[in-house]
Design a protein around this ligand. Structure first.
Ligand code: GLN
Length: 235
């Protein structure tokens, strides 16, 4: 846990990986997004805790930062899955997502299934579930390992897609929709994975886990959750 301030309030440090709009991104040097606002609202409702600073990491460094006590909670659109649950714990889920495959909007490549990615260059962000999809394609022989690029941030993957260095990016659907709104890319097709995002915490940090789950419930009950969803996803 973080430091104790005052009589019985623990200050926790949050970690995130900007470049995952609209969950977390940099705007004019400021860290903003749905996860940033949601965690802040949740901790405000969580008994005994207050939010200290936000620390920024590459996505694949968040779990190590958490387990080595550099941060106390991860808010990064992180999918709750078995592999991660061997190392860390999660709060209750706060958002559902599937994967999407995005391409350049000019239509020079328009796949309609994962099999269509064969013979093309594909990218994703290191350590993500999108990378998991790519790795399965490599295992099945659909995708050549030499045709797969990983990036520290989805922002760089999308840039490489725009530049023509790769032909498709595999990423979470809500983030794909945001890039499609902002950049010359479009969603070719979606791939259902039924992912659920949770805030990551250290194994055994049971007090924090209960406090955050109670905070999450309070934020849903008060209408704040709905308000933030409307604000960041346009209703
Ligand atoms: N939800 C995906 C995962 O957990 C991607 C998260 C991200 O890139 N921030 O792997």
């Amino acid at each position: 846990d973080g430091e104790t301030s005052g009589s019985d309030t623990t200050t926790i440090t949050a970690g995130t990986a900007p470049g995952f709009p609209p969950f977390e991104m940099k705007e004019g040097g400021e860290l903003v997004g749905f996860d940033i606002d949601l965690l802040s609202a949740v901790v405000t409702e969580a008994d005994g805790y207050e939010l200290g600073s936000w620390q920024e990491y590459a996505f694949d460094s968040l779990v190590p930062a958490l387990t080595s006590n550099k941060i106390d909670v991860v808010a990064a659109g992180m999918t709750i899955n078995d592999e991660r649950e061997q190392q860390i714990d999660f709060t209750n889920p706060y958002y559902n997502a599937d994967q999407a495959i995005i391409v350049r909007e000019n239509g020079d490549f328009s796949p309609s299934s994962l099999a269509d990615l064969s013979g093309h260059k594909v990218g994703s962000q290191s350590g993500t579930t999108g990378e998991g999809v790519a790795k399965e394609l490599i295992e099945k022989g659909t995708l050549k390992e030499s045709n797969y690029n990983t990036y520290d941030s989805y922002v760089f993957a999308v840039q490489d897609l725009e530049n023509g260095n790769i032909d498709a990016v595999i990423l979470d659907l809500p983030v794909a929709q945001t890039f499609a709104d902002q950049r010359p890319v479009s969603i070719a097709f979606t791939y259902e994975t039924g992912e659920r995002y949770g805030f990551g915490i250290r194994n055994g940090d049971d007090d924090l886990q209960s406090a955050l789950n109670e905070g999450l419930a309070a934020v849903r009950d008060s209408g704040k959750y709905e308000e933030l969803r409307n604000e960041w996803f346009g209703g």
